[in-house]
Design a protein around this ligand. Structure first.
Ligand code: DX5
Ligand code: ZN
Length: 227
């Protein structure tokens, strides 16, 4: 294990080839990736439908790394237990989809899953102030959720810095995950700003050599200044 890398890489299986799902799961298993990012969309919270339990269970059958499940669905409380049964190690719900977020977060923790909250690009991080001590992870959406392959929103850097200072002394273990438009163009700057989990879908799976791309993302050193 290389201990110089403190950030985690979570390839998004949304960009995998569903006709060769076992092949792409194996690719991630054998790579330096840390988690499988699993995007669940219901066609209501976001204007797209991705996949559900049967596909997730198929991924889980072969995956040797944790499934990091990102629920882009309305009223996620209805399905938390089923996601746990389908193999979720982490469950992230959207702030914008939860009326009783504190209850939802604790329901996730009761299932022995890591609990995360995702924020849409327009949702300010200060809204998390009172729930911050209860969270394992905050996922900052750096695109509007619903589709892979979109353009990274630059305001994300300011949100990372604000969230890092907000969580200081309150939740120093907090994972800050960035989801959407992540590539080698922005990975170092995101980590330097305070992010420690990078999700990457199209950048990994549309590259010529996904294993090498995961390695490059994992090897990013935010302290290395190119002059
Ligand atoms: C967007 C999803 C993302 C997406 C990222 O709604 O939550 O996880 O798969 O894809 P890329 O990396 O292609 O922007
Ligand atoms: Zn996602």
């Amino acid at each position: 294990m290389n201990t110089t890398h403190h950030h985690l890489i979570a390839p998004s299986m949304l960009a995998a080839d569903f006709a060769h799902i076992q092949r792409d799961v194996d690719l991630v298993n054998q790579s330096e990736a840390d988690w499988f990012h699993i995007d669940i969309m219901d066609g209501l919270f976001v204007p797209n439908i991705s996949f559900g339990f049967p596909v997730m269970k198929a991924i889980h059958r072969y995956a040797t790394k944790p499934l990091d499940v990102h629920l882009m669905i309305e009223k996620p409380d209805r399905y938390l237990e089923e996601f746990k049964e389908a193999g979720a190690a982490h469950i992230t719900v959207h702030y914008e989809a939860c009326t009783h977020l504190h209850r939802t977060i604790w329901a996730i923790k009761e299932l022995d899953c890591l609990a995360g909250v995702a924020l849409n690009p327009h949702t300010p991080v200060h809204l998390l102030k009172d729930i911050l001590p209860d969270l394992d992870m905050v996922c900052l959406m750096s695109v509007n959720p619903g589709f892979g392959g979109q353009k990274f929103i630059e305001n994300t850097y300011a949100k990372i810095r604000e969230l890092r200072s907000l969580s200081k002394g309150v939740n120093d273990q907090l994972l800050i995950q960035i989801d959407g438009g992540v590539s080698l163009d922005n990975a170092a700057a995101l980590i330097a700003a305070g992010a420690n989990v990078l999700v990457a879908g199209s950048f990994v799976f549309n590259s010529a050599n996904p294993t090498q791309t995961i390695h490059s993302l994992k090897s990013v050193d935010p302290h290395l200044k190119i002059v």
